[in-house]
Design a protein around this ligand. Structure first.
Ligand code: SAH
Ligand code: SF4
Ligand code: F3S
Length: 463
C-alpha cells in the first residue's frame, strides 16, 4: 500500500522539521471538486500531515482547479504567481495542482513553461493514485511529476475522507457528463458519464450516518440520468427512495438536475418525502429557444416552463434556483428579453448568472457572433438586475413563517448568532452557540434582509 510508504516519508520529514508537516488544500469550482478535495485531504491526514487553511504555513500546497470559465483558470495562475515567493522562503514546500484545469494540455504547457516550480500535476481521473504520486514526489525531489489520464472507466472508491462538515456530506452518485452542451468544458475534463452501483452509494450513506451525518447531497453533473448505463439500470428516483430508508439521514439534497431528464417519477418521489429538501437547482441557461438550441440543451423554453409548473403544483413550497449564461454567441436584445421574461414567469428563488466564457475545444468557441465585452456586460447587467429583484421578492414572501433549519456554522455577521439552512436552502441567522452546530431547530423568520433572514427559536428543544 502506497499510503504506508507515504507515512514513512512524512514521518521522516516531520523528524527533520521538528513538527508534523502542514498541508493546505485549496478548492476551486463545484461540489464535485469539493468532494474530491475531502478525499485528497483524507489521504494527506492519514499519511501524517496536519491541515492548515493558510497557504503561507503549508509544507504541501494543493490547488484543486476548475476550468468551467476562464476567470477560474486566471485565479489559479494569480495564486501561483504569489506562491512562488512562499516557496523561496520554505525550501521544503511542495506545490501540486490537480482538477479539471489539469485535463487541458494548454494549461499543463503554460505551467511547465511559466511556473516550473510546481512539483506535481495530476488530473480528475486518477485521484485514487494520489498516495502513489506523493511517494514519487518524495523519491524524486526536483523535477515536475505529471500524471494526467485522458479517460477512465474505473470508479475507485474507499479512499480515506476528511469531511469538512461533521453533520453533512456530499456523496457522488455519478461521474462525468455525456451532454456536450456546446459551451461547456466539463465533458472533456471529467470524461463520459459513469454511475456508481446503488449498493456502493448506500453503503457510503450508511457509513456517513453511523458517523453522525444527517444531511447528504447526492452529486452528479446530471443526476437525472443516473443509473441508465448500469448493468441493472435503476432510476435516480428509485435510488433516492433507497437513500431515504437509511436510518439517521434526515435531509437529502441533490445536484445538478438537468431539465431535459427530470422525470415525473422524481417529482412524485420528492413530493411524497419529508426528507428530500424543498429545493431544486434546475439550470435553464437561457430563455431563448434559438440559444437553447445552439447550446444543445435538449429542451425549449415552453418545456422548461411546463416542468417548473409541474414541480410547483406538486410542491407549492419548493424553491427553484437556476444558472444563466449571458452573452452566448449570437445573443440578441430579443434573446435577453426572452430570458428576462422566463425569469419572471418561472419566479426563480435565485439564479447564478455567468458571463459566457469561451472554452477552447468546445463547439461554441468557433460559433459566429461572439459578443463584444460591452455587449456581454450589458446583457449580463440587465439580467442580474431582474434576478436580484425576483430573489429579494421571493425571500421576503417567507417573512413571518416558521420552519426547521439545520445549524451549519457560527454566523459570520455577529457573535452570538448561528447560521441555519432551511429545507428550501435559505439561510437564517439567530441567537445560539457552537453547541448547536449540526442540530436542527424550529425557527421563526422574523426579518428578511435581502437574501437571508434574522430569526429566533420558537422552541428550546431540537426539532
Ligand atoms: N451540469 C450542470 C452544470 C455544471 S457547470 C448542468 O448542466 O446543469 C455549472 C454552470 O456553469 C452551468 O450551469 C453554466 O451556467 C455555467 N457554465 C458552464 N460553462 C460555461 C461557460 N463556458 N461560460 C459561462 N458559464 C458556463
Ligand atoms: Fe456541462 Fe451541459 Fe454537462 Fe452540465 S450537462 S456539465 S452544462 S455539458
Ligand atoms: Fe469546474 Fe470541474 Fe466542477 S470544471 S465546475 S470543477 S466539474
Amino acid at each position: 500500500m502506497y499510503i504506508e510508504r507515504l507515512k514513512g516519508y512524512v514521518t521522516n520529514l516531520a523528524m527533520r522539521l521538528g513538527h508534523a508537516p502542514k498541508a493546505c488544500v485549496v478548492t476551486f469550482g463545484c461540489q464535485m471538486n469539493a468532494r474530491d478535495s475531502e478525499k485528497l485531504l483524507g489521504i494527506l491526514k492519514t499519511a501524517g500531515y496536519d491541515e492548515t487553511e493558510e497557504e503561507k504555513d503549508a509544507d504541501f500546497l494543493l490547488y484543486n482547479t476548475c476550468s468551467v470559465r476562464d476567470n477560474a483558470n486566471q485565479r489559479v495562475y494569480g495564486r501561483l504567481g504569489a506562491v512562488k515567493n512562499l516557496r523561496k522562503g520554505n525550501p521544503d514546500m511542495r506545490i501540486a495542482l490537480c482538477g479539471c484545469m489539469m485535463q487541458e494540455q494548454t494549461a499543463i504547457d503554460r505551467i511547465r513553461t511559466g511556473y516550473s516550480f510546481v512539483d506535481l500535476i495530476f488530473g480528475t481521473h486518477n485521484i485514487f493514485k494520489f498516495a502513489e504520486l506523493m511517494c514519487t514526489l518524495f523519491q524524486n525531489p526536483g523535477g515536475m511529476v505529471i500524471d494526467v489520464w485522458q479517460e477512465t472507466d474505473q470508479i475507485v472508491e474507499e479512499l480515506p475522507v476528511e469531511r469538512k462538515f461533521s453533520y453533512k456530506s456530499g456523496v457522488n452518485v455519478m461521474f462525468g457528463c455525456n451532454n456536450f452542451c456546446t459551451y461547456c468544458i466539463v465533458p472533456y475534463v471529467r470524461g463520459r458519464e459513469r454511475s456508481r452501483a446503488p449498493e456502493e452509494i448506500l453503503d457510503e450513506v450508511r457509513k456517513l450516518a453511523d458517523d453522525g451525518v444527517i444531511e447528504v447531497m447526492l452529486l452528479g453533473q446530471n443526476v437525472n440520468s443516473y443509473g441508465r448505463n448500469l448493468d441493472e439500470p435503476i432510476s435516480f428516483a428509485k435510488l433516492i427512495q433507497q437513500v431515504e430508508q437509511v436510518e439517521g439521514i434526515r435531509r437529502i439534497r441533490f445536484m445538478t438536475s438537468h431539465p431535459k431528464d427530470l422525470s415525473n417519477e422524481l417529482i412524485e418521489v420528492c413530493a411524497a418525502s419529508d426528507k428530500i429538501c424543498r429545493h431544486i437547482h434546475l439550470p435553464v441557461q437561457s430563455g431563448s429557444d434559438a440559444l437553447l438550441k445552439a447550446m444543445n440543451r435538449g429542451y425549449t423554453r415552453e418545456r422548461y416552463l411546463d416542468l417548473v409548473s409541474r414541480i410547483r403544483s406538486a410542491m407549492p413550497d419548493i424553491s427553484i434556483t437556476t444558472d444563466l449564461i449571458m452573452g452566448f454567441p449570437g445573443e440578441t436584445d430579443r434573446d435577453v428579453e426572452d430570458t428576462i421574461d422566463l425569469i419572471r414567469q418561472a419566479g426563480f428563488d435565485n439564479a447564478y448568472t455567468f458571463q459566457y466564457s469561451k472554452r477552447t475545444g468546445t463547439p461554441a468557441a468557433g460559433f459566429p457572433g461572439q459578443l463584444s465585452d460591452e455587449a456581454m456586460k450589458d446583457h449580463f447587467d440587465r439580467v442580474l438586475k431582474v434576478v436580484q429583484e425576483t430573489a429579494r421578492e421571493s425571500c421576503a414572501r417567507h417573512e413571518g413563517e416558521t420552519d426547521v433549519c439545520l445549524v451549519e456554522t457560527l454566523s459570520d455577521h455577529d457573535g452570538g448568532l448561528v447560521t441555519g439552512r432551511l429545507s428550501n436552502n435559505l439561510l437564517v441567522h439567530f441567537p445560539g452557540d457552537e453547541s448547536m452546530i449540526g442540530r436542527m431547530y424550529e425557527v421563526r423568520l422574523e426579518e428578511c434582509r435581502g437574501f437571508y433572514f434574522l430569526g429566533s427559536r420558537t422552541n428550546a428543544a431540537e426539532a
